[in-house]
Write a protein that binds this ligand. Structure first.
Ligand code: PLP
Length: 421
């Protein structure tokens, strides 16, 4: 069974209070809190086997074993076929620029790359710059402004035999829309294009199966799914082996070393494996969510069941917040509002107020120990497309599975107090 109270107890950050108030963390889309086991794994790494990669002595051997397990843990998290396909790096943005520079080598004038108006800029600018460097053309997939879904007509109209790559997010980091990346990957493949999926925002909210999606690359970041600040890139083995990788000499030919530049954040990678283990433990406590993942085994099955449990729980608190906001018409909800469409979104709910600016509203929430981001959150195109950029963007209320129905109620009550002031 999914037990939010016992999960919350595992997070030291959730136990703090300030001026008698327990903070409500709604800033998960910019980084989630970490459970004790993630913190312990990092401390243990630094205490016991802090060493560089590839040495013949005990600490380096132990460190390499921890790193190998972390590649496998993330492969389980993404249901990747091979642990060697998991590349760690500084963050998603850095890894995407790294890959885009290599992909640019395979582009030529006349080729096309597609990006969307819904994505975080980390899945837009690297591809725009790759296209610029190669003399290729950028095509934009538009958004339906009324509900923040991708405009599939605009995708299909522009997809053609010159398309080389489609870069799309699995979920929007401002509107919460879940995109049908499986259909996009299938249709892209049919014209010979690769699909790069930005799963950074979706990762804490539901199960990810790169094989079922059928994409070619997928990136995410551990600090958005209860781990430390580590970026993750998955790619199909044949592509990672075949693309030219930018590396110092002597550059390893094998994966994953071929794509991992410099000395990695080993303690962070140890913490990343612990974050996957935390999510797998949720799955072990929720066997009722295993059925759709019966083709998986071991930790992959556990972590996918755990994410399915999280997804169902989040639909409850997300629906509660949407409902409460709908009863307060001075707040405009951007994106899917309809509670019968909760399966199409994650509980990241961006709002604007009819009189306070996003910054003023976020400041007033902050003064009451409710932590939420204001601005465009680097989803620059959608903020512009919706006409919000000149007005300071949105206030993003980002729920994750450690939030509770009581917190949603306190948030709604606080919003009432703020506007009554
Ligand atoms: C959807 C999305 N993509 C990409 C990024 C960038 O991730 P990173 O900070 O790991 O570079 C973020 C960060 O907020 C994000 O929300």
């Amino acid at each position: 069974m999914f037990e939010v109270a016992s999960l919350r107890r595992q997070f030291p950050a959730l136990q703090q209070s300030h001026d008698g108030r327990t903070p409500i963390f709604l800033d998960g889309p910019a980084g989630t809190q970490a459970p004790q086991q993630v913190i312990d794994a990092m401390v243990r790494y630094l205490t016991r086997c802090n060493a560089n990669h590839g040495g013949v002595f005990r600490t380096s051997v132990e460190s390499d074993a921890i790193l190998d397990d972390a590649h496998q843990a993330v492969a389980d998290f993404l249901h990747a076929p091979y642990a060697e396909e998991i590349i760690f790096g500084g963050n998603m943005t850095t890894l995407t620029f790294h890959l885009s520079r290599s992909i640019a080598k395979r582009l030529q004038p006349g080729d096309e790359v597609m990006v969307t108006r819904l994505d975080h800029d980390a899945n837009v600018s690297p591809w725009m710059l790759a296209a610029r460097d190669a003399g290729a053309t950028v095509r934009w997939i538009d958004v339906n402004p009324e509900d923040g879904t991708l405009d599939f007509d605009s995708f299909r109209r522009q997809l053609n035999s010159k398309t080389r790559l489609v870069a799309v997010g699995l979920a929007s980091n401002v509107l919460g829309t879940i995109n049908d990346v499986t259909t996009i990957a299938r249709e892209a493949k049919a014209v010979g294009a690769w699909t790069f999926v930005d799963a950074v925002h979706f990762a804490p909210h539901g199960p990810i199966d790169v094989q079922a999606i059928g994409c070619d690359f997928l990136a995410c970041s551990a600090y958005k799914f209860f781990g430390p600040h580590v970026g993750i890139l998955w790619g199909r083995r044949a592509l990672l082996e075949g693309l030219p990788a930018y590396k110092v000499r002597p550059s390893p030919k094998e994966l994953p070393g071929r794509w991992m530049t410099g000395t990695q954040n080993h303690e962070g990678i140890a913490g990343t494996a612990a974050a996957v283990e935390y999510l797998a433990e949720i799955g072990r406590a929720c066997p009722e969510y295993r059925d759709p993942f019966s083709r998986m085994h071991g930790r992959a099955l556990d972590v996918h069941a755990g994410m399915a449990g999280i997804q169902e729980y989040e639909r409850g608190i997300g629906g509660r917040l949407l409902q409460g906001l709908a009863e307060r018409p001075r707040f405009r909800i951007w994106g899917i509002r309809d509670v019968s469409r909760l399966a199409e979104r994650v509980p990241t709910i961006s709002i604007t107020d009819c009189s306070l600016t996003p910054r003023q509203l976020a400041e007033r929430l902050a003064a009451r120990e409710i932590y939420a981001w204001n601005g465009n959150n680097y989803a620059l195109e959608i903020s512009e497309r919706l006409g919000l950029e000149p007005h300071g963007g949105f206030v993003r209320l980002g729920l994750v599975h450690t939030n509770t129905a009581d917190e949603v109620d306190r948030l709604l009550q606080t919003l009432d107090e703020i506007v009554a002031d």
